[in-house]
Write a protein that binds this ligand. Structure first.
Ligand code: SF4
Length: 98
């Protein structure tokens, strides 16, 4: 019978903690710039770190802040590089107009 109580206590605790985590996640949710994910999608997404950033998301953020050139991503293919450069050119021209 003790094992049933232990299972009920652990189950209840898990439910309460899960609910609290969900609540905290909603309360502290931070809206992220959707351009970051769009740029990440244009990168190879291998998170190799060859660009000097810990991953593609950090590189995408740096690209959108104009701190780095797209060619710094070593594994990116030539065609993908062209698409990324066109995206960033469009992004910065729209940003300058706003
Ligand atoms: S070099 Fe390219 S693929 Fe590697 S982490 Fe940087 S952005 Fe991602």
């Amino acid at each position: 019978m003790e094992i049933v109580y232990a299972a009920m206590v652990l189950g209840g605790l898990g439910f309460v903690l899960g609910f609290l985590i969900n609540l905290v996640g909603k309360y502290f949710h931070v809206e992220e710039d959707p351009h970051i994910n769009e740029v990440v999608e244009l990168l190879p997404r291998v998170n190799c770190g060859a660009c000097g950033y810990p991953g593609c998301k950090e590189m995408a953020i740096a690209l959108l802040e104009n701190k780095v050139k797209p060619a710094q991503c070593k594994p990116i293919k030539k065609e993908a590089l062209g698409v990324l450069e066109a995206y960033l050119k469009d992004y910065f021209s729209n940003k300058n107009q706003a």
